[in-house]
Design a protein around this ligand. Structure first.
Ligand SMILES: [Mn+2]
Length: 247
C-alpha cells in the first residue's frame, strides 16, 4: 500500500472576513480535494463544506469505481445546492468550484469543475493538469485573447462551471501515471492568481512538504492574498525518499 505525505493550508487571506474555501486530505484513502465556495452570507462556506463532506464519505475500491463515486457524490451535492439557492428571494447561486485528486499508487484521476486547479511536478517540470472553466479560458481557447492577455483580465473571476450553479453539473476529468517522485498540488484561485508558477515549482520541489507549505502560505500572504487561499501538496512517501536521495 502506498503511503502519501500531505501538507495543506486553508487560510482566510488578508482581506476577506469569511473563509469560503474548504479542503479535504484523506491520504489513507488516496483522496484529496479543494472546494472554493461562492454565494455570500455564509452560502459559499456552506457550499464548499457540503462538497468536501460528501467527498469524505467516499469508500474504497478500484480507482475508476472511486472516480464514479466522486462524480455521484458531487452530482448529489449539486442537486442539493441548486435547490438551496432557488429558495432565496431572489434566487441566487450558492455553489463551489471543486478539484479532486484520486490515487491508487500508480495512477491518478483528477476530477474538477471551475477554476480550482491541479498541478503536477515531474523531474522539475510543472504541468497544469486542469484547465479553468472560466470566461477568460473560453476566450483564450477561441483565440479571442492570448494567454498573456488572460492574466489580470478584468473578467478573470467569472467561472463557467461550479457545483450548485446549474441543474446538471458537467465535470471534467484527466487520468494519468503517478510516478515515484511526482508531486501534486491542488489549489484554489486565491493561490494561483497570487503567486507565479516559479513559486509553485519551488514549493513542490522542496524535500519536505510541511515546511514548504508554511513558506508557501507566508509568501502568498506577503503578496496580499485578497482572496481565501487553499492548497494541498501531495507526494507518495517512497517517492519523496527517492527524490531526496537523487539530489
Ligand atoms: Mn477563490
Amino acid at each position: 500500500v502506498t503511503q502519501y505525505e500531505t501538507a495543506a493550508r486553508c487560510h482566510v487571506g488578508t482581506v476577506r472576513k469569511v473563509n469560503e474555501d474548504a479542503i479535504l486530505a484523506a491520504p489513507q484513502a488516496g483522496l484529496w480535494a479543494v472546494a472554493d465556495g461562492m454565494g455570500g452570507h455564509m452560502g459559499g462556506a456552506h457550499a464548499s463544506r457540503a462538497v468536501t463532506e460528501a467527498l469524505a464519505r467516499i469508500g474504497g475500491g478500484e480507482l475508476s469505481q472511486r472516480a464514479a463515486a466522486v462524480r455521484q457524490a458531487i452530482a448529489a451535492v449539486n442537486a442539493e445546492l441548486t435547490d438551496y439557492g432557488r429558495r432565496f428571494d431572489p434566487p441566487r447561486t450558492v455553489g463551489a468550484t471543486v478539484v479532486v485528486l484520486l490515487a491508487d499508487g500508480e495512477r491518478f484521476i483528477c476530477v474538477w469543475a471551475g477554476d480550482s486547479r491541479a498541478y503536477r511536478l515531474r523531474d522539475g517540470g510543472l504541468t497544469q493538469l486542469t484547465r479553468d472553466h472560466s470566461l477568460v479560458q473560453q476566450l483564450v481557447e477561441s483565440g479571442l485573447i492570448s494567454s498573456a492577455q488572460s492574466e489580470n483580465h478584468p473578467d478573470g473571476h467569472i467561472i463557467t462551471r461550479a457545483v450548485g450553479a446549474d441543474p446538471q453539473i458537467e465535470l471534467e476529468s484527466i487520468e494519468g501515471d503517478w510516478l515515484p517522485g511526482d508531486t501534486f498540488l491542488l489549489c484554489s484561485d486565491g493561490l494561483s492568481r497570487v503567486v507565479s508558477p516559479t513559486v509553485l515549482v519551488m514549493a513542490m520541489s522542496a524535500p519536505e512538504l510541511e515546511p514548504s507549505a508554511a513558506h508557501l502560505i507566508d509568501t502568498t500572504l506577503e503578496c496580499g492574498a485578497p482572496d481565501n487561499v487553499s492548497f494541498l501538496l501531495v507526494r507518495a512517501a517512497s517517492g519523496s525518499r527517492n527524490a531526496t536521495c537523487s539530489t
